[in-house]
Design a binder for this molecule. Structure first.
Ligand code: HEM
Length: 77
């Protein structure tokens, strides 16, 4: 499985036709197909291309929302 550093993940911010990836608990998910992550923006609060593990606690939903999206790699230091 592909490994992403934070710097590499930042490229996939969903903007200008770029893929939209988010990291959660060490896994990198591809949410490009989601209307709710259009242009890498989620609810005007979160952006793609970063690790959002800690932010999940503040969200109104459970982390089962991640299950519908493919894992494309792992996040490494
Ligand atoms: C879906 C709000 C944070 C990932 C949703 C939905 C809402 C929402 C309203 C659609 C309804 C639902 O599934 O419950 C928010 C708000 C957040 C937040 C207000 C912050 C305060 C996050 C974070 C992540 C995330 C931190 C990732 C770590 C997702 C995903 C979906 C989703 C993957 C499913 C998208 C789809 O099905 O197309 N969010 N969210 N959200 N959220 Fe969030």
């Amino acid at each position: 499985m592909e490994e992403f550093t934070k710097e590499q993940l930042a490229k996939y911010n969903g903007q200008d036709g770029e893929k939209c990836y988010i990291a959660y608990k060490g896994k990198v998910y591809d949410v490009t197909e989601s209307m709710l992550w259009d242009e890498g923006d989620h609810q005007g609060m979160h952006e793609a291309g970063i690790d959002l593990t800690e932010e999940m606690d503040d969200s109104p939903h459970d982390d089962d929302v991640m299950e519908d999206f493919p894992v494309v790699g792992t996040l490494v230091d």
